[in-house]
Design a protein. Structure first.
Length: 176
């Protein structure tokens, strides 16, 4: 039986060119390994802040690699090259704005600049794409805020079943 596949996509010009160490991708994987109480295959990619490249990477992780969940990090701010939300919207069939709303709400408890973040989430076939910020401490905060809803979302779209460690991040499934 194949392990559930989770894509981790870092969006960063400098990291994709090797000028800067990718700290976002490893932070996402570390958080996921703490949250999930089951093995999974992590597929990590790093691409520049180029909308067509981001769209191609997201599509490939969902369609070709069969990732049930794709988590992005970076490119969600207001800078001109921050185009991750636009790329995500372009490849998704339906958007789930509540993810971004909750992440901003949680982040605002830490820093007033959280209102500048444009994280979002959406569905592509049987895959959920979630945009996270690029800062490792914000990644863990935001991922833990939204993850209780992710396993049920994946159940609803017919994707792989994910089980969380209830001591770290209890999943909510109605009727359970």
């Amino acid at each position: 039986m194949r392990l559930p596949c989770i894509g981790i996509l870092t969006i960063s010009d400098r990291a994709s060119q090797g000028h800067y160490e990718d700290k976002g991708g490893p932070a996402v994987e570390t958080s996921l390994r703490a949250i999930l109480a089951m093995p999974f295959e992590a597929l990590r990619r790093c691409v520049p802040d180029e909308r067509p490249v981001i769209e191609a990477a997201l599509s490939s992780l969902c369609d070709n690699d069969g990732c049930c969940l794709v988590v992005t990090t970076g490119g969600t701010g207001p800078a001109p090259r921050d185009v991750t939300p636009e790329a995500t919207e372009a490849v998704c069939d339906r958007m789930l704005p509540g993810f971004g709303e909750l992440m901003r709400m949680e982040s605002l408890k830490q820093v007033p600049t959280a209102i500048l973040s444009r994280q979002t989430a959406g569905l592509r076939g049987r895959s959920l794409i979630v945009n996270l910020p690029g800062k490792p401490s914000a990644i863990d905060l935001c991922l833990k805020a939204v993850f209780p809803a992710i396993p049920y979302c994946l159940d609803l779209i017919g994707a792989a079943r994910l089980e969380t460690d209830p001591a770290i991040c209890p999943a909510f499934r109605p009727g359970k």
